[in-house]
Design a protein around this ligand. Structure first.
Ligand code: PEP
Ligand code: MN
Length: 283
């Protein structure tokens, strides 16, 4: 399969739309796409000021290029912690001010768009909202970069159609994220579809990042899957970190230890370089 098939239902997301060139997008003062590789890291959720600032500093010192953390969390159980909301956004704003890292954070509800826009350098649309077309159109009407995570059971074409909703409204800065899909395998949480990376890149000009943390659900798999993602040509990696994963409110079992981040970043940088990309500091 090469290039856009004549029947492809997406237009603006297609590789042909950019004349066959991969897009390079500005996110805060960083770049993603082309030769620019992004290492996006942070806590699953903003739990406290201390936990978030400590983690953000580890990301900055270790060579991460963006800070990611949730103030609004999509949880399977309505009884689970749902995020700190606006108080969490304020903590992310402080982490950005201290470290200079652009912030990636999730928007779940259009009613929170205004407050999220005050802090976010890139809005995350979670896997469960990939087909929330009202939400996609609304972020499409902003000019804030958007990272769309692939739905748990969504095809590559459905992911590209989700991007099309944002692009159609005039927002050209869309990043796609492979985060694992549901299969019959139960040894890990989701099956990371690494083939999706070169396939999407043959179909679309949009940057593609990979989230090994949510795919694996297990810390021991995060580094090997991240290295494989960098080798297969991803434009970036999204990983979760925690200073004390056993005490994490959410996604502790998959959180990388903060102490392991700098060495991990070094290995990712080396593999990304083999794949023709560099982990840039400031553009
Ligand atoms: C997350 O990124 O914290 C998250 C909940 O991921 P996903 O939407 O991919 O499940
Ligand atoms: Mn998480």
């Amino acid at each position: 399969m090469t290039g856009m098939t004549p029947s492809a239902p997406y237009k603006l997301a297609s590789l042909a739309a950019s004349g066959g060139e991969p897009s390079v997008l500005a996110i805060g003062d960083r770049r993603i796409g082309g030769e620019h590789f992004a290492l996006i890291a942070g806590p699953c959720t903003v739990e406290s000021r201390e936990q978030t600032l400590a983690t953000a500093q580890v990301v900055a010192d270790g060579g991460g290029t963006m800070l990611r953390g949730g103030a609004y969390k999509p949880r399977t159980s309505p009884y689970a912690f749902q995020g700190l909301g606006e108080a969490g956004l304020a903590i992310l704003a402080e982490a950005k001010a201290v470290t200079g890292l652009p912030v990636v954070t999730e928007l779940m509800d259009v009613r929170d768009l205004e407050v999220v826009l005050e802090v976010a350098d890139m809005i995350q649309i979670g896997a469960r909202n990939m087909q929330n077309y009202a939400l996609l159109s609304e972020v499409g009407r902003t000019r804030c970069p958007v990272m769309i995570k692939r739905g748990l059971s969504s095809t590559i074409e459905e992911l590209l159609m989700a991007a099309e909703y944002v692009l159609k409204e005039g927002n050209e800065r869309v990043v796609l994220c492979e985060r694992g899909i549901r299969t019959f395998e139960t040894a890990y949480r989701f099956t990371l579809d690494l083939a999706a990376v070169p396939v999407i890149k043959s179909l679309s000009h949009l940057p593609v990042v990979v989230d090994p943390s949510h795919a694996a659900g297990r810390r021991d798999l995060v580094a090997p899957l991240a290295l494989a993602a960098a080798a297969v040509g991803a434009d970036g990696i999204v990983v979760e970190l925690h200073p004390d994963p056993d005490a994490a409110i959410c996604d502790g079992p998959q959180a990388m230890l903060c102490d392991d981040f700098a060495a991990f970043a070094g290995r990712i940088e080396a593999v990304a370089e083999i794949a023709g990309r560099r982990l840039q500091a400031v553009a």
